[in-house]
Unconditional design. Sequence first.
Length: 347
Amino acid sequence: MVSVQQWTGREAGALRAALRMSMRAFAEHLGVSLRSVAKWESLGTEIQPRPDTQAILDTALARADAAARARFEAVLFPGRRSTRRADHENWTEDIERAVVCISQQNFPFASTLLNRWLARLDPRQLEDKGLYLYGRSLVLLGDLQRDQGALVGPLSARHSYLTARDIFTELDVPRRVAQIELSLAVVQEMSGQLEAAARQYEVLAMDERLSPRDRARARLWVGTALSKQGSNEYATQIMTAAARAFEDLGEPEDWSVAHQKLALARRGAGDLPLALHYIDIARSTGTADSPMQRVRLDTAHGHVLLSDAATRNDGLSVLDQAAQAARQYGLRHQLRSIEGIRRGEQG
């Protein structure tokens, strides 16, 4: 939303025009004299209202509806470009299609759908609705980059998420800001910053800006980061609590993922029978059919099987299957994880 750092007669006149009020109605709306309003419009940039009147003008702009704010911005910045309502509808449709494509790991088409807007539009020239859609598109681009393993750098998930967080902070949408902070913590974990990620997950697990499901996910990911650090017993306790939360919330897919992660934590603790028990639950109860989740599940299954000499060959076979799917869908981060597991077994 446009803001005014220092009101002059020019900005005051633009606000009156945007509100479509006569000078008398505008004076009454602000609670100032008609003479003051006439003086502002007569002198323009050569006059600045008193500090208390500046605050009154701030309040009047903040309380204006979206259409009036757009008119105000158009008067002050006639060169700025806005998206039309038809653009908003088309853009929203492309975002919804991109969500489906990313869930199916169809990254090239998802990238095309998002970048047809991101590459064409300047966020500094968008009104609030357009800026909101720009932020949503950036988040989805970040999800795409994260799934592909592009974690840091100017063309990375981290960069896209940080830019989107700035946009939703400006728009004052705290739920979106918190969701992005959760995604940034995931990027930290994937980048190997396990302690920092665990701390951030713990904070977000108590953050009321997030939905109960997202807070339960944050608790689960605390356990994931701890398990990667070797704190498997404590990680198991946290993951079990998260699994119960998913059961209470009626989230079967998240419940299945929690058991997948519990299997890896029990494997890390050396409890292979329980690890196999949990991975069997995850394999039999998962409802999603995305390539990403299949690769993750096969990777976890193969990792558990490799831990027992009797099932080592089966584990290698399952990992080969996971690696093939990861290469097919461009899941570079998952492929690196599989290669790391293989190197660990060879070492």
